[in-house]
Design a protein around this ligand. Structure first.
Ligand code: TXA
Ligand code: MG
Length: 326
């Protein structure tokens, strides 16, 4: 028998099978609107341990628990501030994660031993159906990081997940096929344990959107914080190709730049997004394509530093720091 994971369609029956696989302690990769996730039963320490092994990720690095609606929040989080409820009501389901004080349901093996837990209600319909079905049969939820090896590029399609993780998954694990992720970069993470919300990782829910909802000014995390948040590790989002920012590309290099910016002779144009929303959708795909066709360097012209542009620039700047071996 092959050791490959099952690549499944997203019929109602496949989703039920996937929920049953989670209950049995297996892993299920599934689409979300941000990037694909690698899911396990959030209350099963052995299943969760496999996520860390498959990703090659340090075990003190916490995972996001994916729930089906804001109604599930109390199960996993306590001491929830008013503003967190307001944000959840406004932006869930959607690309936002809230960090809150945990309840005893969120074990140390999910939170990396911290007394907080990350929670998100994704909007992708397959993700929501899977989470709802799993909650129904298990009284649990789905812990899931992005479905890539630690430090590498997040997958935005089921084929990317297969390419990235096939050799580490078993024939009992499932990769749910679905749409290409419509946002294309990971969720905005907001620390909601303090008086004032703090953005730990920028994303498609922008500071402007948060400020306009709360009528206050959201803060940004201090780089010296002792929180183990995403991207606080030195390398992240890194393809094999070297990422270079905002220089004129030369022969044989790849280029990603907004539509309207010309491609010099001999440069491989990887994407021409027409705005920052499209730019977010294409950055990880462009990095994978560059690696697949063997480019050694990719030049990105960064989009303007407003709206989702802030999150794109953060990812690109981390990518440009290069890949490190673990
Ligand atoms: O869009 C997303 O957020 C995707 C999809 C699959 O939902 N997930 C994702 O997970 O990006 P991951 O594990 O690759 O990045 C989530 C980051 C982790 O790096 C971790 O640092 C941070 O969220 N995080 C999770 N729980 C936390 C906590 N209790 N305190 C601080 N940071 C936390
Ligand atoms: Mg990740």
């Amino acid at each position: 028998m092959s050791n490959s994971p099952i690549l499944s369609n997203c019929s109602a029956e496949s989703i039920q099978d996937a929920a049953a696989a989670l209950k049995a302690g297996h892993l299920v990769a599934f689409p979300t609107e941000t990037v694909y996730g690698l899911g396990a039963d959030a209350r099963n320490p052995i299943a969760v341990k496999r996520i860390y092994e498959v990703k090659g990720r340090p075990s003190d690095h916490p995972l996001i628990v994916h729930i089906s609606s804001i109604d599930q929040l109390d199960k996993w989080a306590s001491e929830i501030p008013e503003y967190a409820i307001a944000l959840g009501r406004r932006f869930w389901p959607g690309p936002m994660t809230l960090i809150l004080k945990r309840t005893s349901l969120a074990g140390d093996f999910i939170t990396g031993g911290q007394d907080t837990v990350g929670l998100r209600v994704p909007s992708d319909p397959i993700a929501l159906e899977l989470i709802s079905e799993f909650e129904r049969i298990s009284n649990s939820a789905i812990a899931a990081p992005s479905a890539n090896r630690f430090g590498q590029v997040s997958p935005t399609s089921s084929m990317d997940v297969i390419e990235e993780l096939e050799e580490f998954l078993t024939q009992f694990d499932i990769v749910l096929g679905g749409a290409v992720s419509s946002v294309g970069i990971e969720s905005t993470i907001i620390d909601a344990t303090q008086k004032v919300p703090t953005i730990l990782r920028p994303g498609a829910i922008t500071p402007e959107m948060i400020n306009s909802e709360l009528k206050t000014s959201v803060k940004f995390v201090n780089e010296n914080s002792d929180l183990r948040f995403s991207g606080s590790f030195p390398n992240h989002y890194s393809p094999r190709a070297k990422v270079i920012l905002d220089v004129v590309p030369s022969y044989g290099q790849g280029l990603v730049a907004l539509y309207g910016i010309e491609t010099p002779d001999g440069v491989v144009r990887l994407a021409s997004p027409s705005d920052s929303t499209e730019y977010a959708q294409c950055i990880y795909r462009a990095m994978r394509t560059a690696d697949q066709i063997g480019l050694k360097q990719i030049v990105f012209f960064q989009p303007p530093n407003i709206g989702i542009g802030l999150a794109i620039r953060e990812r690109l700047q981390k990518s440009a720091m290069g890949r490190k071996k673990y």
